[in-house]
Write a protein that binds this ligand. Structure first.
Ligand code: PLP
Length: 390
């Protein structure tokens, strides 16, 4: 069983790529670490015992989900930090070997902007283009590798359009050229193949709040033997790679969320999520003319439905949907009215990109909710189109 959630039911939550609700069993495990077991996991007296044990358990739960060694998990404050730590950490540790990094144009800003910053420090970055589905071509990675290349970093599943990249193929190329391979695996871990060896990853970023855990805590998988330059200096926690008192409550939450995902994967919960998404897609496309699916038709996250509603500004549509929480583009960019860099990289024209809405179906959505969402979206799109026909 994967438990339940407690939510405000005024609006249907269908924005699970932006964040997910905290699973009840996750919250329950966390709470004692904010009261009775508030101690520092590094303390050698009585108050340190439970927190220390809890961190050990959580580290093992993360390791179990991603099939790695206990020592290969580094706790961080989330995927933004994990991405910064992976990219900068490798760049600074291996700068004597080379100064070239390969990434893609559809990465999260935590990767893109870190790479931009490194360019001003003398690193060379190749931003690989993607096809019209938002996918990176492994051959393009191969062609981009030079004798200076130290790292390839490619997003696993895109947070906007849900497209899943062929990590295994890219991993083979990177390893044949003895180049390290990192992935921002936030949207994939816990939902699709999550085993680091199967994926061929050397480093991977993850975060708890996208897998029904709390915000502000995540992890970096770091394959044994790889050097990493720290971002923070201090108490030397996490083998000196990530100083700072451990966020025990959050780490417990991350561990519990990983365990819950392991259970959900065994129970094939993602297949159910995929069925709900397909029903929603089917209902919308049969009832509303002139809509367009963005992202790969097959190789996409089960919960992702990214649709352009021709002729309607996505902001206007979102604001008009009174019963449904969805987003236009990614959550981080939702304030901006410029088209998403991901859709632009896919070659989607601005006028279509600005009509795109992302539905993020999650494990707690129900078929009743899908019906309500389909009805309200249909009604709202038709109303908006009748007010402002193109
Ligand atoms: C949410 C997200 C991040 C950022 O994670 P935080 O834990 O919020 O910093 C990075 N990459 C992807 C793909 C994401 O979806």
């Amino acid at each position: 069983m994967i438990g339940t959630i407690i939510v405000d039911n005024k609006m249907i939550y269908m924005d699970n790529h932006a964040t997910t609700p905290i699973a009840s069993e996750v919250l329950e495990e966390m709470l004692p670490f904010y009261t009775t077991h508030f101690g520092n996991a590094a303390s050698s007296h009585l108050y340190g015992i439970k927190p220390k044990e809890a961190v050990i358990k959580a580290r093992q739960q993360v390791a179990d989900l991603i099939g790695c060694k206990f020592e290969e998990v580094i706790f961080t404050s989330g995927a933004t930090e994990s991405n910064n730590l992976a990219i900068r950490g490798v760049a600074y540790a291996y700068r004597d070997t080379g100064n070239h990094i390969i990434t893609s144009t559809v990465e999260h800003h935590a990767i893109l902007d870190t790479c931009h910053a490194l360019e001003s420090e003398g690193f060379e970055i190749t931003y690989l283009p993607v096809d019209r589905f938002g996918m990176v071509d492994p051959d393009a990675v191969k062609k981009a590798i030079t004798t200076q290349t130290i790292l390839v970093s490619i997003i696993y599943a895109n947070n906007e359009v849900g497209t899943i990249n062929p990590l295994k193929d890219i991993a083979k190329i990177a390893s044949n050229h003895e180049v390290l391979f990192h992935s921002d695996a936030v949207q994939g871990i816990g939902k699709i193949e999550s085993n680091m060896d199967m994926l061929g990853l050397d480093l991977a970023s993850m975060t708890a709040h996208k897998i029904y855990g709390p915000k502000g805590v995540g992890a970096l998988y770091l394959r044994e033997g790889i050097e990493l330059h720290p971002l923070f200096y201090g108490g030397g926690q996490e083998n000196g790679i990530r100083s700072g008192t451990l966020n025990v409550g959050g780490i417990v939450g991350l561990g519990a969320a990983c365990h819950s995902c392991s259970v959900a994967m065994d129970d094939k919960i993602e297949e159910k999520v995929g069925e709900l998404r397909n029903i929603l897609h089917e209902k919308l496309s049969s009832r509303i003319p002139d809509i367009h699916l963005n992202g790969h038709p097959k190789k996409r996250l089960s919960g992702n439905l990214h649709i352009s509603f021709k002729g309607i500004q996505n902001q206007a549509l979102m604001m008009s949907l009174e019963k449904i929480a969805v987003s236009a583009g990614s959550a981080c960019d939702s304030e901006s009215v410029s088209p998403s860099h991901v859709l632009s990289a896919m070659g989607i024209p601005d006028e279509l990109a600005l009509t795109a809405v992302r539905f993020g179906v999650g494990r707690y959505n129900t078929s009743e909710e899908i019906d309500i969402v389909a009805d309200e979206v249909e009604m709202t799109v038709k109303r908006l189109r009748s007010i402002a026909p193109v």
